[in-house]
Design a protein around this ligand. Structure first.
Ligand code: PLP
Length: 403
């Protein structure tokens, strides 16, 4: 089996596993306890916060550990919404039509309690422009949440430009507009420097970069106010209470250290696999790339496309039988065959959108994997297409064959 679904989740790295294991048994203390096992646990907690801060270019005090990316996104958006309401500020939020459900969900909830939410459309490659954000900002805007990169179509949004537009507008209206970005797909692939990228909040998830499932990060810039949406024993500065999951926290610290150290080398390697696969797939006439064609504006290692008149699920199942673990649409919305909200936002015709497939390379892949996957996918597409009646063949004029 060649695992090619690294945007869904990654394997725990061996170095990460070794780092976290002692915290499951001999170093099992609770960081809130004042005895020695507690103090040792607390040291490990602080050490991990420092490692994450080093990866992000921020202060350790700006890092909060959460349960996952979903919890980070909910805490940022709903926590700021509580602050907005408590201070009688205007209730307008701007987001996009291609966010992960952990951003769209809180946005829809806010709408249901009287907020005005603008869902910015994207262009045919999935881009939202700083210009469209600027046009949507008003003196009523209090929250902006725009993802840095999309998990399904690999588009990397111009987040620095967008953050600048939001800052300029904040200055013009004389109050901080809370700018949040879901950066769950970024670590290890694109460098993050929060001393230059001025956002109020940013979410990450450990299992996307070599830590286990069940650990996330919320970066919250110093002096930015949000109110908690969970209540408990005051851990994580009262924002994300609950006894700290120390093995996972140690794991994400080590994963962050390694991702930071190896980012440039990994990104270059992933770009190589991605280029190779797109090149092989360019031989297929009924295939259309989803997301950006310009690889410098795409997540390294992310390949997504749609095949006319085929079903994504059938493609995934055939691939599985051939030993390739890939996904259709997003693995986060398992079991749904109809086009995802993201593919709909690209306004693809249904006969294309139903046949979506995603291949996402990771650090354990090799050039051979890219070549084998390309050959196997061409064969699978050819076989499945053969079973279709000739009358349903997709007109080449509707399909561009992007390599
Ligand atoms: N945001 C994006 C862009 C994602 O890809 C995912 C997971 O697929 C999440 C948020 C949710 O992260 P988690 O699985 O840690 O809740």
């Amino acid at each position: 089996m060649i695992y090619l679904d690294n945007s869904a989740t990654t394997k725990v790295r061996p170095e990460v596993l070794s780092a976290m294991l002692p915290f499951l048994n001999e170093r099992f203390g609770n960081p809130s306890s004042i005895h020695e096992p507690g103090r040792l646990a607390k040291d490990a907690l602080l050490d991990s916060r420092q490692k994450v801060a080093a990866m992000l270019g921020c202060q350790p005090e700006e890092i909060y550990f959460s349960g996952c990316g979903t919890i980070s996104n909910n805490t940022a958006i709903l926590g700021r919404a509580r602050f907005v309401e408590a201070n009688d500020l205007p209730k307008h939020m701007i987001t996009t039509s291609i966010e992960h459900p952990s951003v769209t969900g809180p946005a829809r909830y806010l709408e249901s309690i009287g907020w005005d939410v603008t869902y910015l459309p994207v262009d045919s490659e999935g881009f939202v422009t700083a210009g469209s954000v600027k046009a949507a900002l008003s003196d009523r805007t209090s929250i902006v949440s725009i993802m840095w990169a999309n998990n399904e179509i690999g588009v990397v949004e111009p987040i620095a430009e967008i953050a600048q537009v939001v800052r300029d507008h904040s200055k013009a209206i004389g109050r901080e507009i809370f700018m949040h970005t879901d950066a769950v797909q970024i670590p290890g692939k694109i460098a993050i420097d929060l001393s230059k990228l001025i956002v109020s909040a940013l979410s990450l998830s450990g299992h996307k970069f070599g830590a286990p499932k069940g650990i996330g990060i919320l970066f919250l810039r110093r002096l930015t106010n949000i109110m908690p949406i969970f209540f408990g024993g005051g851990q994580e500065m009262g924002l994300l209470p609950g006894t700290e999951a120390l093995p996972n926290i140690v794991a994400i610290g080590e994963a962050a250290r390694l991702a930071h150290l190896e980012q440039a080398e990994l990104a270059a390697r992933l770009l190589g696999y991605q280029k190779q696969l797109f090149e092989i797939l360019s031989a297929c006439e009924n295939l259309r790339v989803t997301g950006p064609l310009d690889l410098s504006r795409r997540l390294p290692g992310h390949v997504s496309f749609a095949v006319a008149d085929l079903e994504g699920e059938a493609l995934v199942m055939r691939s599985d039988l051939q030993g390739l673990a890939v996904s259709s649409g997003s693995a986060c919305h398992l079991g749904i065959i109809e086009p995802s909200q993201v593919l709909r936002a690209l306004r693809l015709p249904d006969r294309l959108a139903n046949g979506a497939l995603r291949v996402s390379f990771g650090r354990d892949n090799s050039d051979d994997d890219a070549m084998l996957a390309g050959k196997a996918l061409l064969e699978i597409i050819a076989k499945l297409s053969k079973h279709k009646a000739p009358s349903t063949a997709f007109s080449a004029s509707n399909v561009s064959n992007h390599g």
